[in-house]
Ligand binder design. Sequence first.
Ligand code: ZN
Length: 321
Amino acid sequence: MPFYLRNILFILGFFLFASASDGNEKSGSEKDEEALVNLIQQSQLSKEKLVYLVDSLLNGDTISYCVLDALNKKLASEAFYHLPIDTNPPSHDLYCLWDTENPNSHAELPLNDTAYNFELVDKLNDCGFAMPVNGIITSLYGYRDGKMHNGIDIALKTGDPVVSAFRGMVRVARYYGSFGNVVVIRHYNGFETVYAHLSKISVKPGDMVDPGQLIGKGGNTGRSRGAHLHFELRFKGYPVNPRYVIDLEKKTILSETVVVRKTKTGFTAFPEGTIFHTIKRGDYLYKVATQYGITVKQLCAWNGLHKKSSLVAGMKLKVSQ
Ligand SMILES: [Zn+2]
């Protein structure tokens, strides 16, 4: 059965049900009209269903005035055309909080092992990824002089444009402690991104932004030595290593789909379908295990290694079953 037919049948099914449940003394056609008007006025009626409904009505001989009137009102309603039907902030199902003051609000870590798969870019709306600033990476994510660095630093000159990485809604746009002027954006792909030390902010909370859209100018505000952008990728408020999601040299995303998995202290993200990890200089078992949200014990078992086995650059380790 073609898809549109099923939808018309759904509408007719509802229609009959609504008529049958109406117990007062009206003629059959009046009851039908009333049910149809009720259906059209439903706030959750999707655009698709409305289109199918109009199609099916046009196939009939006559359309009563009250049905036509209800249809016209529905089609003319601003809300139906100009606002997204879901007016919640992006990824609302993942986040309970929408705090426009505090960049650092984060959810409780789930107790169980949790993994999510996400499409990073919105192919349907032709929305991709843009590198926030086209500069040299001066500092990576990870421990630096015994302190955790939750993002990457990208060199820039004060006043250089800084753009949004993905499509999303601005959550925070203000001066905040060591971040200086900071913008936090919540994206439809489930992540949040943070842009700190800006000299100027060009957006406000609630603004929708596309990848590549200007959100501010680079600078040296907050705790910063020299102009640069401090950029973070976060999931539910926990920083994840952007390097496992973004190819920092090519300035593209590594893959369109990523896995986000719980670790002991937060979350980690990596391309979906990753089975092997190639050992690089500076890798050690715990680091590799954490990167893929698995335990050292699992990593050793899958690769026939011992906890104290030494790793050699170029070695390939199985990191997923
Ligand atoms: Zn930084």
